[in-house]
Design a protein around this ligand. Structure first.
Ligand SMILES: [Zn+2]
Ligand SMILES: [Zn+2]
Length: 139
């Protein structure tokens, strides 16, 4: 997802594009590969520097960090990138920066609900649905 520097006029450039995760290089499994990532970017020049305010909406497939229940989530992330193009550069690569942010900034501490009870570390029961079996044995 490259942006031609020449297209960024004095009043900036607004982009709205939907791309599939692999098109911006996200190969990790947590984004649903068939669900497009919607990218809205407002790109401005500040002297030699190019500033991009990016908002993206993506769908992730994950599991709850406590109970391992599969989760599908739609989330919105906002980033601000700055680019310092070298003389002669024609494009800035917005997709690559987005990819880095998604891969690096992604939190694996996702819960299916705030008060998820998780799995019993003794018997592995899903405490949201089942009773712990080890307590039964002890009593
Ligand atoms: Zn959970
Ligand atoms: Zn247990």
């Amino acid at each position: 997802m490259k942006v031609r520097i020449r297209d960024i006029g004095s009043s900036g450039l607004t982009l709205e594009q939907s791309v599939l995760p692999h098109e911006i290089g996200v190969e990790e499994g947590f984004l649903i590969s068939t669900e497009p990532v919607i990218v809205t970017a407002i790109i401005d020049r500040a002297g030699e520097i190019i500033l991009a305010n990016v908002e993206l909406t993506a769908c992730s497939q994950n599991e709850c960090a406590r109970c391992l229940a599969p989760l599908r989530q739609r989330f919105v992330m906002k980033y601000q990138f700055d680019f310092e193009p070298s003389p002669g550069d024609e494009f800035i690569d917005l997709g690559q920066r987005i990819c880095e942010e998604i891969v690096l900034g992604y939190s694996s501490r996702i819960l299916c609900k705030e008060d998820c009870l998780g799995l019993c570390c003794g018997c592995g029961a899903d405490l949201n649905k089942d009773k712990c079996q080890c307590k039964n044995k002890n009593s």
